[in-house]
Design a binder for this molecule. Structure first.
Ligand code: ADP
Ligand code: MG
Ligand code: ZN
Length: 625
């Protein structure tokens, strides 16, 4: 198996590195020692013992140093008698040791000093001075060089760092997060609870012979709380949490990622029971077969991960959690039993889930009594947990900005709009005719909604421009959450989208660019009706498109021939035309209401759903009279 070799290979590489380092250090130190001794010896000239004795007799000797293997003789400096300066600093000589019992006497007679080398010949100190110290120096210096070089090259560890790299392993002893902090993911929590229990008392499972899944994969759209859930599992089980993001593994150097995986698992095993969390695992786990050209680094890293997952003993209590929003690109090998064999879906929250998440996040926020989180939850269908957390924070910020001491419902509503449409842009100046067009356009949408009984009532209409491009918009708040849409409802929805432009046509007999977003959404709905929902007569229930990245943008992939594709377009055109016609008819029949409400909106800039409905009733009564 390739992954098994992988592990061996990398271990061998480490050993090779170490050996070559030792050889290098030995050579360096030898050279260093030769160099040092050549410096200290340079000044000494060898003389015979007889010459030494002659020097003693001539009283030329200043000191005699008795070393273990030689005598080092320092000559008396020659004195320049006239000036009194030494012209010559004592020259050094050395000679071998001869068994001379009267040496000391001779030296004293000659008026020289004798001393013995101070315990310099202790083997330990000699070794330390001449070997260990240079060794250490070389190690430190080379370490510094390698670090600075690899930093420049973008890697943290670098290939020369003997497999010891400082990967950004994010380790937490206690995450401090529990399931109570994760709202609205009941099913996900339920499937993770078993893992928590296992980490608590692995014996309970091993005793009976049960093998727990080694890993679970958290799958879902961004911001739904996957990372949060992983931390909560660690928090609930009260075990350390090791995490690395998939992208941390992908480095410039081949092999760095693999060694990081090894490090991660080594650390984890030392600290078992614990959780290993690999976020955004698709960065390494991408399927190997559908790529143009191969990526050695990623492949090695993936192989290492696979082999580590196989290699460790699950009964030790290490559980691997992965998170991704693109499960479909993951390599099949990662998903097979014994690896990430459990899938925990972390989907966007439903109405109750949203309300719970809002509750969790407003726990520490001072709320006024009028705050109705249920209503906010209603208006934020499709929002992920991260969006909702953001909304609560925006509301609190807004309350501060307005000098309030509590967050009120209008802060919440405004925050929802900020998240949906961006900040208000009060300073953008629109000409009067532009404002008029925008007002009629928005009222067109709202009227279409109200007039078709199947669609949701409006919450608010505004013509204050927003930073995210909207010049005005109609906010809808459903009274209840819907999971299914009927064909009629979809058609009504398309009509509502098209009614903005229809209003421009009915009143001003013109078309503006303001409808581009409406058109995009309407077309998408119509196309899905034909290609995915089986709602056209022509294609009956044939699936012509499928969704690829379910948890991301959800791009559609065609499953049909080019000619069929052209026919789909025709069907879509047919639907759009039909709805466009309906929108125009609706507005023409209610021109009175359209004018009245638009006038009111132009004056007020923002009207609420209640005001809108009142105006609509009034206009209708007038018409009846
Ligand atoms: P993901 O990893 O799925 O992209 P995160 O776990 O990083 O999302 O979530 C981002 C933030 O959104 C969290 O820190 C938390 O504040 C908030 N959040 C998301 N989902 C939830 C939830 N179900 N309950 C409470 N807070 C949530
Ligand atoms: Mg995440
Ligand atoms: Zn519009």
């Amino acid at each position: 198996m390739p992954s098994g070799n992988q592990q061996k290979n990398s271990n061998q590489n480490d050993v090779k590195m170490l050996i070559s380092f030792i050889i290098m250090a030995v050579i360096f130190t030898s050279i260093f020692n030769i160099f040092v001794s050549s410096i200290t010896m340079r000044r000494a000239t060898e003389i015979t013992y007889t010459q030494f004795l002659t020097m003693l007799e001539n009283k030329q000797v200043d000191t005699v140093e008795i070393q273990s293997d030689r005598l080092v003789i320092t000559e008396k400096p020659e004195q320049n008698n006239e000036v009194g300066f030494y012209t010559n600093i004592g020259k050094q000589y050395y000679t071998g040791i001869v068994n001379d019992p009267v040496l000391t006497d001779r030296i004293i007679k000659a008026g020289a000093t004798q001393y013995r080398e101070v315990q310099n010949n202790s083997p330990i100190i000699t070794f330390l001075a001449s070997w260990a110290l240079p060794f250490l120096l070389i190690y430190i210096i080379s370490g510094l060089i390698i670090r600075s070089v690899s930093k420049k090259m973008g890697g943290v560890g670098g290939p020369m760092s003997f497999g010891k790299n400082t990967a950004k392993i994010y380790a937490q002893k206690e995450t401090g997060i529990t399931f109570a902090d994760v709202a609205g993911q009941e099913e996900a929590k339920e499937s993770l609870r078993e893992i928590v229990d296992f980490l608590h008392q692995p014996e309970k499972y091993t005793e009976i012979g049960a093998k727990l899944p080694k890993g679970a994969l958290l799958v879902g759209p961004p911001g739904t709380g996957k990372t949060l859930l992983a931390k909560a599992v660690a928090g609930e089980a009260n075990v350390p949490f090791y995490s690395l993001s998939g992208s941390d593994f992908v480095e410039m150097f081949v092999g760095v990622g693999a060694s990081r995986v090894r490090d991660l698992f080594k650390q984890a095993l030392e600290n078992a029971p614990c959780i290993v969390f690999i976020d955004e695992i698709d960065a390494i786990g991408k399927s190997r077969d559908n790529q143009m050209g191969s990526n050695d680094e990623r492949e090695q890293t993936l192989n290492q991960l696979l082999s580590e997952m196989d290699g460790f003993d699950a009964s030790k209590g290490v559980v691997i959690l992965g998170a991704t929003n693109r499960p479909e690109v993951l390599d099949k090998a990662l998903l097979r039993p014994g690896r990430f064999d459990r899938r925990v879906i972390v989907d966007k929250p439903d109405l109750k889930g949203r309300e719970d998440i809002l509750k969790v996040h407003s726990k520490d926020v001072k709320l006024s009594n009028d705050v109705d989180l249920h209503q906010i939850a209603l208006g934020t269908s499709g929002a992920a947990g991260a969006d909702l957390a953001n909304i609560v924070n925006e509301a609190a910020l807004r309350a501060v900005r307005f000098g309030k001491d509590r967050v009120e419902q209008n802060d919440m509503m405004e925050a929802v709009e900020i998240i949906i449409a961006g900040q208000e842009k009060k300073d953008r100046i629109m000409t009067e005719s532009e404002r008029k067009i925008v007002a009629y356009h928005e009222v067109g949408h709202a009227l279409a909604t109200a007039l078709q009984k199947n669609t949701q009532p409006v919450q608010k209409i505004t013509i204050v421009p927003r930073t995210m491009g909207a010049l005005g918009y109609t906010m809808q708040m459903p009274e209840e959450e819907k999971y299914l849409m009927s064909k009629e409802e979809i058609l009504d929805q398309i009509t509502t989208y098209l009614a903005g432009r229809a209003a421009e046509e009915v009143i001003f007999h013109t078309a503006t660019t303001g409808a581009s977003n409406d058109i995009e959404k309407a077309t998408e709905l119509a196309r899905n009706m034909v290609a995915q929902y089986g709602m056209s007569e022509k294609f009956d229930m044939v699936g012509l498109e499928s969704i690829q990245n379910k948890y991301l943008d959800g791009r559609n992939v065609k499953n049909c021939a080019e000619t069929t594709s052209a026919e789909i377009d025709e069907e879509v055109l047919h639907i759009i035309k039909q709805c466009h016609k309906k929108a125009i008819e609706l507005l023409e029949q209610n021109q009175n209401a359209l004018h009245n409400i638009a006038k009111f909106l132009l004056e007020k800039e923002t009207i609420t759903g209640k005001e809108f409905m009142n105006l609509l009733e009034q206009s209708r009564e007038k018409e009846l009279i």
